[in-house]
Design a protein around this ligand. Sequence first.
Ligand SMILES: [Zn+2]
Ligand SMILES: [Zn+2]
Length: 188
Amino acid sequence: MRESERKSLFWQRVNRQNRGKGCWLWNGSCNKEGYGQLRVNGKIVKAHRYAWEILKGDIPEGWELWRTCLQPSCVNPAHRVLKQRRCSLDQRIRKKIAVQRSGGCWEWTGRLSRGYPVIKVDGRPVTVHRIVYESEYHTSLERRRIFRTCSSKLCVNPAHMRPGKRKRRKRRSLDIQESRAAVQRNAP
Ligand SMILES: [Zn+2]
Ligand SMILES: [Zn+2]
């Protein structure tokens, strides 16, 4: 199959709503985690990586694409960020986890801050939940909060977490306040 032919077949299996902004959902086959996949020259390739390579270029060795939206099957490159693999950090975290027999919680045995698991990254304490969730699902949570679905405050098992809505930008609410104040100032 020619390259151009393969690309046009690829885009036929993508639902590009809004063209630019929304999620571009893959209609083809998916793996068990819900990520799209296709066969290129006899090899299985992830659909979001293929889309990135078509539109943005090669993914450097040792780097991964992390999602910033909630749809694993989304192939919109605007919803991915390039991140360097962090094996050493993952190992440091793994050493401090005690898997519980009942419930499958991953109990943190390391440092705590206000009762929550933290680990130092580049000299700054970072909450372990977020790191574990992000690296497990290759997701960049950005301003999204994360909630636990089990009752252990020390649990860092990503299967026991779910992401919530994005926090609103502070600036936006300030803008609203400012415009309200302006309306009040101008009111008769
Ligand atoms: Zn998306
Ligand atoms: Zn748990």
